[in-house]
Unconditional design. Structure first.
Length: 237
């Protein structure tokens, strides 16, 4: 039996190096990277993948030079404005995970408006991780649970841990999404960089040498074929 792929997550790494290899500034790499987001998203929509989650801006990315951060914010704004039609034309639902409170008012509005305008679409849910970090997400989830006052102090530590696993899953930004089945990182590095650590607990991992702007649908299809043939045991035999 082949594995089914409900949730694909991608760490889109290598924009800066791609630009450098072309003798261009890093911004050119991010621009080309954003255009590849469109290509890969549309391909996933046509290939029955229910969830595609992309790491677009991490909680650590604020540490980049201000000019690069500002450029990424503007690029994101332009992308959400220009791509609205693509989401509607292809029945794609847009969602954001991460703490968007830190973004400018116009960017926050674009995010919230596109989320609500596409919330009824069912072909593919494309989720952008924006100001996202797993540790931050889990900490925010724990904070919600503590504020709710739902902790039952009469439970044994074992009962409490079981109940808390469900409570944390339900309080994460990804609350109603399935766990990640396949996580791909492009750009040659082999690490998770604080991305979906809870949700990818049993994900299959794939690392590609290809820099994100060059990552093609053919390579994605080959990685997915390999994933479908893998044996997944989820800790059992
Ligand atoms: C990593 O490349 C990529 C990012 C920090 C951001 C990803 C952003 C995009 C793909 C473009 C914007 C996205 C949207 C949806 C508009 P890097 O800069 O770390 O590359 P490097 O490791 O070669 O320096």
């Amino acid at each position: 039996m082949q594995n089914s792929l409900n949730h694909l997550a991608i760490i889109m790494d290598g924009n800066g190096r791609w630009a450098q290899l072309q003798g261009k500034g890093r911004q050119a790499g991010h621009k080309k990277g954003a255009s590849n987001v469109r290509t890969i998203t549309n391909w996933c929509a046509k290939h029955n993948i229910a969830h595609l989650t992309l790491y677009a801006f991490s909680t650590e990315n604020w540490n980049r030079p201000k000019t690069e951060v500002d450029f990424l914010m503007k690029l994101l704004e332009r992308y959400l404005r220009d791509e609205a039609k693509t989401y509607h034309d292809n029945g794609i639902r847009f969602r954001a995970i991460g703490d968007i409170a830190f973004f400018s008012e116009p960017l926050k509005h674009l995010i919230l408006d596109l989320e609500s305008a596409t919330s009824h679409y069912t072909t593919l849910t494309q989720t952008l991780a924006l100001n996202y970090g797993s540790r931050n997400e889990i900490a925010r989830a724990c904070h919600k649970i503590l504020l709710d006052g739902a902790l039952d102090r009469s439970q044994s530590p074992q009962e409490a841990a079981k109940a808390l696993e469900s409570a944390i899953s339900a309080a994460l930004d990804t609350a109603d999404m399935p766990d990640v089945d396949l996580l791909i990182r492009t750009g040659g590095e082999q690490r998770l960089s604080n991305f979906l650590l809870w949700q990818a607990s049993y994900a299959e991992l794939a690392f590609s040498q290809t820099l994100w702007p060059d990552f093609s649908t053919d390579e994605l299809a080959a990685i997915i074929d390999d994933f479908r043939a893998r044996t997944r045991r989820f800790g059992a035999l």
